[in-house]
Design a protein around this ligand. Sequence first.
Ligand code: PRP
Ligand code: MN
Ligand code: MG
Length: 181
Amino acid sequence: EDDVREDLLHVLMSKEEIQQTVADLAAQIDRDYADKDVLLVGVLKGAVMVMADLSRAIRSHITMDFMAVSSYGSGTKSSGVVRILKDLETDLMGRHVLIVEDIIDSGLTLSWLKTNLESRGPASVEICALLRKPEAMKTEIDVKYVGRDIPNEFVVGYGLDFAEQYRNLEFVGTLAPHVYS
Ligand code: PRP
Ligand code: MN
Ligand code: MG
């Protein structure tokens, strides 16, 4: 049986590094939202792993909801065109919203999403992203919680896909050139 790991060039963030980073983010969130109920909004599909681990590392009362948006389709470049594939079920009026993302690449998805959620009357909207690529960002975006800044390379694993593959890796890594050439 072929192993998806054989398509990886190198590990950027190991399983252990991810878990430590997620624990640190959860501790900050627990501090900042100590006296508030927070609604975690996971952005499908990339954020599934971060949502599952971050939510379990948070000690405060939280609720969860999910949105599905897509700006990438099956390619490796952001088109900047964001589509809502699945909307929230929760009324955001007066709620403290924390958007949970796997990665900020160009920033176009989150910039659009933050504005969209802010228009629904929440008490606050903040962002938590496991990864961010500062060199790739095309728009200014205020991100309260960032796990780690990474170089401008195409990465997969821990929710991140290439043509829908590799989301199930427990680590984040770069793809070997033979996969996409
Ligand atoms: C990826 C990733 C982020 C977004 C970041 O999602 O999960 O949501 O792109 O890119 P940006 O900062 O350039 O906008 P994608 O649209 O591939 O959907 P997916 O989560 O279902 O893979
Ligand atoms: Mn995504
Ligand atoms: Mg994707």
